[in-house]
Design a protein around this ligand. Structure first.
Ligand code: TYD
Ligand code: MG
Length: 446
């Protein structure tokens, strides 16, 4: 075996023989770190002819999932853990990853091993008493050497192994220290191999910094089966679990939790929370119904429009794509004759959620128009529709679900695209259809 030095981009994993100031792959500056790479001799000699399966001859695998009984968590996984799969749980430090992992570990009534490289067993004990955990089959191991950990796994034979965190684990057959790209990548591949062989599920925790980097999670996304992110606005007690990649389920699901003094509580009815602290007499506020995964969520879009005294008006968003906002502002200006080029626009999705669904466009446009004209949108109205560049209101999916959710929460009126013909007229909520932005604005703001 011979070893040599390579330079690896900590952002995307691109490797180079020379140090580079800027990564040619992802464009990141100053992201290269030195890593020792060990290369084995060419092993072609040991290659042999294998027998391949005919697709129809492969016996169907029993896709038996292990339920954690934490509904929000099971749902985002697509119905529970798949034995032998590897899940990466990423998130900012302090967001609650260890807490979530601990709660998941304790709610499976089977053998679970929790490996921690970050805390002592006493600290884990302290947390578990806070969370009121009583699981007879939960084992704790404070260790960072992966080979020893996997040996322990073999003797314990658990259904779930939690690695908290991957940045603290290391393999003694590599010279690099824990937390380097090589260690993170090699440890994960080894865990993956072992999980497939012994059919346990590995839940790997990875820290992510504010910029979404730190050596690790980015590179692991390709290796693991499922990537879930734990997010939350600082200062908010709500936490959102989002699947970013899932080989065994949909990637649109989100799970919502509230951080309490006794751990994370599932939020079963998110709409009522997102609308909970709404000030209904403010201009610049509009309610929309978004579909997250399979579930409708009602939420408030808030816009603050102020005169800009300098040439360059500000456009700042939280929870919404800022480029999308710029486009919608241009549409409002051009197609609905609203003068916004001399105004600062601040847009916020209340409650700390982030939504990428175009169906909330109409609510965004109406909240901005409402803010600009200082006219209040009826607080019993929900707005749904994608806005096209011509100002036309385009069809959205799952209208029924949105209508029912709005009705359930006591809204009296919902505005939907004219092209959504199928939407039924149900009980108490009035359905209005619009085909153009100006029509919607006239209807809402007079
Ligand atoms: P933790 O799970 O340690 O975060 P991570 O592993 O992502 O770094 O949780 C950190 C925060 O959660 C910490 O600030 C304390 C808070 N917390 C609660 O509010 N309630 C609880 O029951 C627990 C265990 C933690
Ligand atoms: Mg932790």
């Amino acid at each position: 075996m011979k070893s040599r030095i390579k330079y690896i981009c900590t952002n995307c994993g691109y490797d180079s023989l020379r140090w580079l100031g800027r990564c040619p792959e992802c464009g990141e500056w100053q992201s290269f770190t030195e890593e020792i790479i060990e290369t084995k001799k060419n092993k072609d000699v040991s290659a042999k002819t294998l027998s391949a399966y005919k697709l129809n001859d492969i016996p169907p695998a029993s896709e038996e999932r292990i339920k954690t009984n934490i509904g929000e968590f099971d749902r985002i996984l697509g119905g529970g853990f798949i034995p032998g799969s590897v899940i990466l749980l990423g998130g900012d430090p302090g967001i609650g990853k260890s807490t979530l992992a601990m709660q998941v570990a304790s709610s499976i009534h089977k053998t679970v091993l929790y490996v921690t490289g970050e805390e002592s067993v006493q600290q884990i004990r302290l947390r578990s008493s806070r969370l009121n955990i009583k699981n007879e089959d939960l084992y704790i191991l404070a260790e960072t050497d992966l080979h020893s950990i996997l040996k322990t796994v073999k003797s314990l034979n658990p259904v779930l192994v939690i690695f908290d965190s991957i940045q603290t684990m290391s393999r003694s057959d590599f010279e690099n220290s824990a937390g380097t790209i090589t260690q993170i990548r090699e440890c994960t591949s080894r865990i993956l191999e072992e999980a497939k062989k012994a059919q346990f599920t590995a839940l790997i925790i990875g820290h992510v910094t504010k910029e979404g980097i730190i050596a690790g999670p980015k590179i692991l996304e390709h290796i693991v089966d499922t990537v879930i992110n734990f997010e939350g606005e600082s200062g908010s007690v709500y936490r959102i679990l989002r699947t970013q990649k899932n080989r065994f389920g949909s990637t649109n699901e989100i799970g919502i939790f509230e951080m309490m003094s006794t751990g994370l509580e599932e939020v079963k009815n998110p709409s009522s929370i997102f609308l909970g602290s709404r000030n209904i007499n403010n201009s610049g506020s509009a309610v929309t119904a978004s579909i997250e995964g399979t579930r409708p969520i009602l939420l408030e879009v808030q816009a603050l429009v102020t005169p800009s005294h300098y040439g360059n008006p500000q456009r700042i968003t939280t929870g919404f794509d800022s480029r999308r906002l710029s486009i919608l502002l241009a549409v409002l200006e051009r197609r609905a004759s609203l003068r916004l080029s001399a105004s600062n626009v601040f847009l916020n999705l209340a409650g700390g959620v982030r939504i990428d669904e175009p169906a909330i466009d109409l609510a965004v446009c109406c909240s901005v128009a409402s803010g600009l004209l200082d006219k209040v949108v009826n607080n019993k109205t929900v707005l749904v529709g994608e806005v096209g560049l011509g100002g036309e209101i385009r069809e959205v999916s799952s209208t029924e679900k949105r209508i029912l959710e709005a009705e359930k929460l006591g809204f009296q009126e919902i505005i939907i695209p004219l092209s959504n013909k199928k939407a039924f007229e149900s009980g108490s909520i009035k359905i209005k259809r619009v085909s153009h932005l100006t029509e919607a604005l006239r209807l809402i703001l007079g």
